[in-house]
Design a protein. Structure first.
Length: 142
């Protein structure tokens, strides 16, 4: 897939992809970094949390065709060999069972917690933090 096509896919997601992206907002803001249209070896995946080694595919109606199913099966063998767990959901799963899809993603992340991205960076203190004149010396106790 060319860079231009990848940009186009990111800019024009399907309805199910938009719904999925919105549904995982709380995960994305709590330390799980998800990306869209990610290149992994010779494949592009719909969504990936690289730190957790989790790939999520949202399959449209074309995924029921024999050749596409064969391609999906090949990809699903390739990715686990490289440490990725693959979750597949149909468009209908995402659109009609949003909570169930979210719960499945959370369950998968829980099993991969050891690979979780570091906590979000600490926020600056309201007092400003940093060193003041005469402060920040070694051995000081606050």
């Amino acid at each position: 897939m060319s860079k231009q096509l990848r940009r186009k896919l990111r800019a024009n997601p399907t309805v199910a992809e938009r719904v999925f992206w919105q549904s995982i907002y709380s995960l994305r803001t709590n330390g799980w970094h998800f990306r869209k249209q990610v290149e992994l070896g010779p494949y592009y995946v719909d969504f990936a949390c690289l730190h957790a080694g989790l790939v999520i595919e949202i399959d449209g109606h074309t995924h029921g065709q024999r050749i596409v199913e064969g391609n999906d099966a090949t990809r699903d063998r390739y990715l686990p060999d490289r440490g990725f767990q693959v979750l597949r959901f149909s468009n209908d799963d995402v659109l009609l069972n949003r909570e169930g899809v979210y719960d499945a993603v959370v369950a998968a992340l829980e099993t991969r917690r050891a690979n979780r991205r570091a906590s979000p960076p600490p926020q600056p203190s309201p007092q400003g933090g940093g060193c003041s004149a005469g402060g920040c010396g070694e051995g000081e106790v606050e």
